[in-house]
Design a protein around this ligand. Structure first.
Ligand code: ATP
Length: 344
């Protein structure tokens, strides 16, 4: 598959702060990439460099087959064929929905037909004459998307596009935006600090921390095979257990747990809550302590005799009984990862 974007060695410093440290990232044409990371990790800075709104101190950017940033090269934003959607929608309040969408189109073209087509794509047929304030937040976001898609950009970038939306609306708008981007066969980067949003929407997730891409891969790969404890903790709930690795097994409070890699010495054993199985058993190693019930599943906290507390995500039917003993084990299809402990 051809690349829509290729960044190499991007570095950007602001008076004493290194916002990006040697970032390299590829985005394949037609894919939806989520750029996921905590506040201040450099996501917006990377977006601004790709859009041409800022210049890097070092590094190169290619969009399609064109070098847009390199030593002595800086294509201005309007020549990069990149569409941007920001969290505050940034619609022109004094222009109708149709005029907002038409704003991105070159003159001369049959703008009316194209605007109608774009409004249809984003599910806003017949709303072209409304003013932005007459639309809901989710509808405004879709107008912003239609406007960004209007000139058929090579790459569309959405910066925290759902953070202003009511949580009840958010999931529906995410699905809708994903459907529109796929139907348009667009290549898109969605910036987010919300792991659930990244995992559920994207074809690929790039996890960014401290100005570096820590890991890039399919959502399930990043979730089940994080490259570090920090990435594991950032992309979901995780249990961290002290253990001692001897080759392909770790000895810990759970007993002996198999791991894929070969490690020797003290480790942090990482297990997702849904990979821990609980079975009521009066001879079990732990006692049920607490639970959070979500309806579709529940999180049960158990405590071992050593004091260690672990959380297991189980089916809502599991009989929660505080004080009762349970057997705790890695489920047969569950993954456990061991990372050598550096502090001992
Ligand atoms: P958020 O999710 O909070 O928007 P982010 O991941 O987008 O954060 P950036 O906005 O890229 O992070 O900022 C990265 C770092 O660079 C931060 O430490 C920030 O304070 C710093 N920074 C960004 N822009 C500037 C600027 N114009 N001047 C000085 N420092 C800046």
């Amino acid at each position: 598959m051809s690349l829509a974007l290729r960044c190499r060695g991007l570095t950007k410093r602001f008076a004493g702060v290194t916002a990006l440290a040697d970032v390299s990232m590829d985005v394949k044409a037609g894919t939806l990439l989520a750029l996921l990371g905590p506040s201040g990790c450099g996501k917006t800075t990377l977006l601004r460099l790709i859009a041409g709104l800022d210049r890097p101190d070092a590094g190169t950017i290619e969009i399609g087959d064109r070098v847009v940033e390199a030593t002595g090269v800086h294509a201005p934003p309007e020549q990069r064929q990149v569409g941007l959607v920001f969290q505050e929608y940034a619609l022109f309040p004094h222009l109708s929905v149709a005029d907002n969408v038409a704003f991105g189109l070159p003159r001369g073209q049959d703008r009316t037909a194209r605007v109608r087509d774009l409004l249809g794509q984003v599910g806003l047929n017949g709303l072209g004459s409304r003013m932005p304030h007459e639309l809901s937040g989710g509808q405004q976001q879709r107008v912003a998307l239609a406007r960004a898609l209007a000139p058929s950009p090579r790459l569309i970038m959405l910066d925290e596009p759902f953070s202003n939306l009511d949580p009840a609306l958010r999931d529906g708008v995410r699905r809708e935006v994903q459907r529109v981007l796929r139907a348009a066969k667009a290549t898109a980067i969605i910036v987010t600090h919300d792991q659930e949003e990244a995992l559920s929407m994207a074809d690929e997730v790039a996890v960014m921390m401290d100005g570096c891409i820590q890991q890039q891969g399919a959502p399930a790969a990043v979730y089940w095979w994080p490259v570090s404890r920090r990435v594991a903790e950032f992309v979901g709930d995780i249990n961290v257990i002290d253990g001692r690795a001897i080759g392909h097994v770790v000895v810990c409070d759970l007993g002996t747990v198999a791991i894929l890699e070969e490690v020797v010495g003290p480790v942090d054993l990482l297990i997702r809550p849904e990979a821990l199985q609980l079975t009521p058993d009066i001879r079990g190693q732990a006692v049920q302590r607490d639970r959070t019930f979500y309806g579709h599943d529940q999180m049960i906290e158990v405590q071992f005799d050593s004091g260690l507390r672990l959380t297991s995500r189980v089916a809502p039917m599991f009989p929660f009984a505080p004080g009762n003993r349970v057997r705790v084990q890695l489920s047969p299809d569950g993954e456990a990862l061991a990372f050598p402990r550096t502090d001992s």
